[in-house]
Design a protein. Sequence first.
Length: 71
Amino acid sequence: MREVLRSNAPVALSFAQALLRDARVDFMLLDTHIAAVEASIGAFPRRLAVDDADYDAALDLLVEAGLTDRP
């Protein structure tokens, strides 16, 4: 798994997940429990990760949507 997005913005994360779902790219949302424990003050961003094989396609999709930059 490789990280394609790290964010504290719930709307951006939700939009990214919808884009990946529509493109049939499997993903995992990481760090959701730590975000809940810290009471959503934004100290710990959530991370969106995809399989290594889907990384380039997922990153292209998120870059095109303006959610992230290419590393």
